[in-house]
Design a protein around this ligand. Structure first.
Ligand SMILES: *[C@@H]1O[C@H](CO)[C@@H](O)[C@H](O)[C@H]1NC(C)=O
Ligand SMILES: *[C@@H]1O[C@H](CO)[C@@H](O)[C@H](O)[C@H]1NC(C)=O
Length: 478
């Protein structure tokens, strides 16, 4: 992914509706040529009635396929990055087409253009928590349902939530926590089981890469060994300069964090074959492999300059940057530090074991910040999440699957593992394409079939208990 650097102060967004200067408008157009967005007034803090501050939260509303009488409402949960309007060929919009539904997508607080405070200081980031994000969704979805009910003379309609990755976890958590607002959810690659030392991630990068053969894993392991040897023999700055970094802030760990992202990102985003074929087609000679690594990292848009503490410590709001906010989320709440695999050969250097991440969190935020993921799992159940009517999908090659629900005794949970070549993170949420694996198409059909039943049940209950007051009964009876 290429990052276009945009620096825009959002003071105006925080206090009032968005008033863009000409320059800001131009930059936004570069970023999103057809911004069809709207704004919702949201509380900064859902837990403290003494704090009356609000901010403007951005959302998209697609009612093109909606039949107000019978059509479900899909709440597409954004997170980890700027929210983009779900494309016409995306899974959530394809669901809307099939069921005559309406899709609303809410931008996650502190990402994109939705900022509770005028900068990303560590103090301001205290309002960046998964439970505040869930409460944002609850406020927004309730208000929208009331609005649609009044506008169209229809019952208070509950939602189907849809999200992938961390928003996939939010999707499941939302259904469990707010069943009076959502009656079903799709949690794609939903990382509901929060883990601090997440070495299974690297273990899966290894296992998935092995599908291309040992030549792939052997060559990759030889590459980070070569860099380790060079750095250990005093050539660190040569190595960093080779990748275009000329500053003084990069640590050895930061370098290997960057290097690990090259293989990890490929496997995570369904490009395992591309990555492994690249390695396999390169001669097993040190300099050839190192040169290949440089070229490949450029092709994948990875930039070593974006791995230093000062880079993440920057508190200036930028629409398209997400590194600082995401770092805060992992350092303060959900962990998932990608450490070297302990039970299989690792695909990353031992320099990025858990201590590296602890130091990184402290360095970025300037305070002793490290997550208590057990606390979070107690609040939301982790792998023992309860509730009903949740579909958990996972790509068979996805390193995140070990933090999701792959099997369940709960009769109304549907774990679906999509096992095909290069089927990885959130693969089901993409649009339909002619070269989709049959397993992927089958999974999407399965999801549609399950939703079909749940939507019919909900419509029946909606006819019997149309008012918002009786909506709890719908949950009880469904
Ligand atoms: C901090 O981030 C802003 C927004 O991206 C950027 O314009 C600025 O140059 C950065 N500051 C430093 C010191 O890198
Ligand atoms: C690696 O890249 C460098 C710099 O572009 C080049 O001088 C060198 O010949 C390359 N080596 C190999 C073995 O491809």
């Amino acid at each position: 992914m290429k990052y276009i650097l945009i620096a825009i102060l959002l003071l105006t967004v925080v206090t009032a509706r968005l008033h863009l200067t000409e320059t800001q408008e131009k930059r936004l157009n570069e970023l999103d040529p057809n911004p069809n967005h709207q704004w919702y007034t949201q509380r900064v803090d859902h837990h403290n009635p003494q704090l009356k501050e609000t901010f403007q939260q951005r959302y998209f509303d697609n009612d093109k396929y909606w039949d107000s009488e019978t059509g479900p409402l899909f709440l597409y949960i954004c997170g980890e990055a700027i929210c983009r309007e779900p494309a016409d060929n995306s899974f959530v919009v394809n669901l809307a087409k099939k069921f005559n539904g309406r899709v609303l997508a809410l931008e996650h607080r502190f990402y994109g253009m939705s900022h509770p405070r005028p900068d990303w200081s560590t103090e301001n980031l205290q309002f960046l928590t998964p439970d505040q994000a869930l409460a944002d969704l609850a406020q927004f979805a309730s208000d929208k349902s009331r609005e649609f009910s009044a506008e169209h003379g229809i019952p208070f309609r509950r939602w189907i939530t849809v999200g992938g990755s961390y928003p996939g976890a939010l999707s499941a958590w939302f259904r469990a926590k707010y069943p009076h607002i959502a009656f079903a959810s799709l949690s794609s690659s939903g990382i509901v089981n929060t883990i601090t030392d997440y070495d299974e991630y690297d273990g899966q990068v290894y296992a998935s890469s092995l599908k291309s053969g040992e030549e792939c894993t052997d060559k990759w392991r030889s590459i980070f060994s070569s860099f380790e040897d060079k750095i250990n023999s005093g050539l660190a700055s040569d190595v960093y300069e080779f990748f275009g970094y000329f500053g003084n802030d990069l640590t050895v760990g930061d370098f290997f964090n960057f290097l690990a992202d090259i293989s990890a990102g490929s496997v995570q985003y369904g490009k395992r074959s591309k990555f492994c074929d690249g390695l396999i087609n390169t001669e097993f000679k040190e300099q050839d492999l190192l040169n290949w690594t440089l070229e490949y990292s450029k092709e994948e848009g990875l930039d070593l300059n974006e791995y230093t503490v000062p880079y993440f410590a920057n508190t200036t709001i930028d629409y398209i940057k997400a590194g600082r906010q995401w770092s805060y989320q992992i350092c303060a709440h959900i962990g998932f530090f990608q450490t070297p695999a302990k039970s299989v050969p690792s695909m990353r250097s031992q320099t990025i074991a858990i201590d590296y991440w602890r130091d990184l969190c402290q360095g970025i935020f300037g305070i002793d910040l490290f997550p208590d993921t057990d606390h979070w799992n107690k609040l939301f159940g982790g792998k023992e999440i309860t509730g009903s009517k949740i579909i958990f999908t996972n790509g068979g090659e996805d390193p995140w699957q070990h933090s999701s629900i792959m099997e369940s005794e709960n009769p109304t949970f549907h774990p679906i593992v999509i096992d095909c070549d290069n089927c990885a993170h959130c693969v089901d949420l993409h649009g339909d394409f002619p070269d989709d694996a049959p397993e992927l198409t089958a999974a999407r059909d399965q999801i549609k079939g399950i939703f079909q039943d749940w939507i019919s049940e909900e419509l029946n209950l909606e006819r019997i208990y149309p008012s918002e007051v009786k909506v709890g009964l719908r949950e009880f009876l469904s």
